[in-house]
Write a protein that binds this ligand. Structure first.
Ligand code: SF4
Length: 72
């Protein structure tokens, strides 16, 4: 089973909450000291169902702050 790793670019994130709306299972807005930022609760995904849900969060992010890549 492939694994996928989620990364968020805090510099790009504008704290809009779209990721949390699209994939509430794994995303929420958290106060970081530099305002609210989208954060995944789990950063490594190990099944296709979770991957698809999180991929939707990646796709909806208006500033391209989320990247999900296949882990080796
Ligand atoms: S959708 Fe993108 S910009 Fe909006 S809170 Fe999530 S990571 Fe940040």
């Amino acid at each position: 089973m492939a694994k996928y790793t989620i990364k968020v670019d805090n510099e790009k994130c504008i704290g809009c909450g779209a990721c949390a709306s699209e994939c509430p299972d794994n995303w929420e807005l958290k106060e970081t000291g530099e305002g609210y930022k989208g954060k995944p609760n789990v950063a490594v995904l190990d099944n296709e169902e979770d991957y698809e849900k999180n991929k939707a969060a990646e796709a909806i992010c208006p500033v391209g702050a989320i990247t999900i890549t296949k882990s080796k």
